[in-house]
Ligand binder design. Sequence first.
Ligand code: GUN
Ligand code: FE
Length: 424
Amino acid sequence: MSSILIKNAEIITMNAKEDILLGDLYIVDDRIAEIGPNLSVSADKVIDASGKTVIPGFIQTHIHLCQTLFRGQADDLELLDWLKQKIWPLEASHDEESIYYSAMLGIGELLQSGTTTVVDMETVHHTEYAFQAIAESGIRALAGKVMMDKGDEVPVLLREKTSSSIQESVDLLEKWHNHDNGRIQYAFCPRFVVSCTEELLTNVRDLSAGYNVRVHTHASENANEILLVEREYGMRNVVYLDSIGLANDRLILAHCVWLDEEEKRIIKQRGVKVSHCPGSNLKLASGVAEVPSLLEKQAFVSLGADGAPCNNNLDMFNEMRLAAIIQKPVHGPTAMNARTVFRMATIGGAKAVGMEGEIGSLERGKKADLAILNLNDFHVYPSFDIDTISRIVYSATRADVETTVVNGKILMENRKLKTVNKDI
Ligand code: GUN
Ligand code: FE
């Protein structure tokens, strides 16, 4: 048994009442054993968090760890040219070692900026080595190899046979799904409709139902991508996915920038989980997703940074801030307020991955996935009453994250990373 006591902190719980408490948080093994004022317990490690803030770890629902090393590539292209000219050839050049280090370096950045769970889409090959990095690092993840069995523009090295794409995915799933007591899960990753045959997609639909795992894909990100799908199937992306039974509550759909009313209705009705990636949508000139209208319909929306070359940053502080401010000129100052985006970054992400009973908020019995922030360098009159969530969303940076804990293990402390599990 191991235990950690975090003392005298401001605790942003994100529980159903969104309580903010002043007190202690006691971790035993991988779970939160107690939260309250002046807990009289003994612990292996005591952290004095006076004047500091404890938040649920961020949950990023769309990331490509395999792209971490491609940061700065093709910074001024839009989606399809960027994929064809740079990203696909670079993904094709990956080997076992580069996949491992790409994942490890990405995870290091994520942990240093308070992200404790990722939904990760790898490339076609060597995903085994990304899983090894995830296992060693201690981060929580739903990951999978990308699937692409179609497309003249896809480099030959990345174009798969339908049957081998499926077989390799299932082999990885059988090895890694529920590894380390459920910390690691498998998610099928058909890249997008443009690069997947219907045979592949319907197989993924059945496998996801059979194994009860998530499907993680891109949709309706870019006008030209949408045109390609319409030309082939005579339907918009989400309508097509629905027509083959893939639009369901296990589907995580990244981007969703250009949705018509019918697509929004399907997303809401079927319980599809949208992963909003504001930084990537701006940088790849994709557009500004109409998140306020999705939230109005009470659709599930969470946040992701996408890959490092999509926005040059894997930092959830950046995504939260962008998610809020890009809506203000059109929808007004409160349409996406600080609390709304903070919710999307925490408990909203937990709902997207089907783990709202386990992560996304700080409550007794939940997994201990959290970050300790030191916001004390803030230059304001001490007498001012500051809303901490607003402060975090609009002005915190990764440098404010002092400690990151996943599954009750300290993975980053005083900005230094620790590798928890070398023997996998
Ligand atoms: N659509 C298909 N593949 C990708 C990718 O790697 N990144 C982004 N942003 N969109 C995609
Ligand atoms: Fe992406």
